[in-house]
Design a protein around this ligand. Structure first.
Ligand SMILES: Cc1ncc(COP(=O)(O)O)c(C=O)c1O
Ligand SMILES: [Zn+2]
Length: 448
């Protein structure tokens, strides 16, 4: 069952939800919580008993929005490592005398497409299949379309993806290679979204919901389920790269559902981070904070058309969810930062050196949030910090190329120099100090 967050109206399942165009039939809101009637004892068992025989996050079947197991579309997503990243703890201690523990939730290795969108891909395709839906439409700049293409194909559902014309051919191919339909729209992302909406309406097909989409919220809620199951302690801080904010909204929903059962701790402080090249929420937040959050602060935000960021997956220039998300961040006593996009290859190189893990650009922005938070005193002694490493390098060959700057061409043996790892390492951290920790913030005025 779904319950409208605004008026409390109850919607009896997803078939009714789709019939009313994914909106509350009473008030038209697109925000609804999925409500489960699973008995508390059964919920508790999901975390300590043996798995129910289903792969990946589907071990939580009883608190996911599917009724019949045969409709589940899965690639084993969600069962990824949560590693302790001591090098980040050492840094906080050395540089700021802050003693905290730092965990990395490693979606870089997710099974289908190597991003945490795999969770949504699996839930959305399963719900569509269960409700007999044969076609689905989405507009996307990044990871979402690719994950949906992969899972909807497995579900036998036709997918129509609208992407902006400046998206790369490889991006289009990631969807088209499955025999799915991809339209590169002449115009910007706003135009792309309009086209997708008009196409869906014309053909009576459901359109992928926005950041409030209850299917996406339920998918990302499974991140918190894994913290409960795997970690010895519940995080006090949750860090993520921020686009529309479905991640933190999902964590908050999970806390509301599970804290009363004594399973989740209190809501962690949400420390969210945007790219300096597209940071409307960080800009609005900074201003509101400086003015001590005056009346109506959450309704004031800039809109950037065609932001210049190269990180397509974070290119949300119109921060539509800010009025809901920002109060949530405030309630959690968290913060919203922006991080210099030009420093993302350095962050990725540090992680690759220290942990032999390759993260994508959006994940580097999330990690940038950790350094910004330290710099601004937002991480404290005793904190248990969980960082969502939301994507690996797999989908970003261009970004990978920026992680490697040395010239490797040689003609003679003399040119093949020996290396010194400790010196190389010191160089990476020095560069971080200069480029990030002591750099004056570049103020980048949006283009319009
Ligand atoms: C890797 C990665 N990190 C962060 C985000 C932002 O997610 P959210 O919708 O929670 O802001 C996305 C997608 O938008 C993403 O793909
Ligand atoms: Zn309603």
């Amino acid at each position: 069952m779904l319950r409208c967050i605004l008026c409390g109206a109850e919607v009896d399942g997803f078939s009714r939800w789709f019939a009313s165009e994914q909106r509350c039939p009473d008030c038209g809101s697109d925000r609804a919580d999925v409500i489960y009637r699973t008995p508390a004892a059964k919920v508790r068992k999901l975390f300590d008993g043996p798995p129910n025989g289903m792969p990946g996050m589907w071990r939580y079947f009883d608190i996911l929005p599917i009724n019949d197991r045969k409709n589940v579309v899965t690639a084993g997503e969600g069962l990824v490592p949560i590693d302790r990243w001591e090098f980040l703890e050492d840094y906080a201690r050395r540089r700021f005398k802050v003693r905290c523990r730092v965990y990395a939730h490693r979606h870089d290795d997710n099974y289908a497409t190597g991003t945490f969108k795999d969770l949504s891909g699996s839930i959305v395709s399963s719900v569509l299949r269960e409700n007999g839906i044969r076609n689905f439409v989405a507009s996307s700049t990044g990871n979402t379309a690719v994950a949906y293409a992969r899972y909807l194909t497995a579900a036998g559902i036709s997918f129509y993806a609208f992407i902006p014309e400046n998206a790369s051919i490889t991006q289009a191919a990631e969807v088209g290679c499955f025999g799915q339909n991809v339209f590169r729209v002449k115009g910007d992302y706003t135009r792309t979204k309009e086209m997708a909406m008009a196409f869906a309406r014309k053909h009576g097909m459901p359109l992928a919901g926005g950041n409030f989409d209850p299917m996406r919220i339920e998918a990302k809620k499974t991140m918190l389920l894994e913290w409960i199951r795997i970690m010895d302690e519940f995080p006090t801080v949750y860090i993520q790269a921020l686009s529309g904010g479905t991640g933190p909204m999902a964590i908050a929903k999970g806390c509301r559902d599970l804290a009363p059962l004594g399973l989740a701790g209190g809501m962690p402080r949400f420390i969210l981070c945007q790219s300096s090249r597209c940071a409307p929420m960080a800009a609005a937040w900074k201003e509101a904070k400086a003015k001590s959050f005056p009346e109506g602060w959450e309704k004031t935000y800039p809109i950037y058309h065609n932001p210049e960021t190269r990180i397509a997956t974070l290119a949300a220039g119109f921060p539509k969810t800010y009025p809901v998300l920002a109060p949530l961040v405030r309630e959690s006593r968290g913060d919203i930062f922006s991080f210099d996009e030009d420093a993302t290859p350095l962050i990725a190189r540090i992680v690759a050196f220290e942990r032999s893990v390759r993260i994508g650009p959006a994940a580097a922005i999330g990690l940038g949030g950790y350094f910004e938070a330290l710099k601004h005193g937002a991480i404290r002694n005793g904190d248990r910090v969980l960082i969502n490493i939301g994507e690996g390098i797999r989908r970003s060959p261009d970004f990978l190329a920026t992680m490697f700057q040395e010239r490797a061409e040689v003609a003679t043996i003399e040119e093949c120099r020996l290396s010194n790892r400790p010196r190389f390492r010191a160089g990476l951290w020095d560069e971080l100090e200069q480029k990030v920790m002591t750099a004056e913030k570049k103020s980048r005025a949006p283009r319009n």
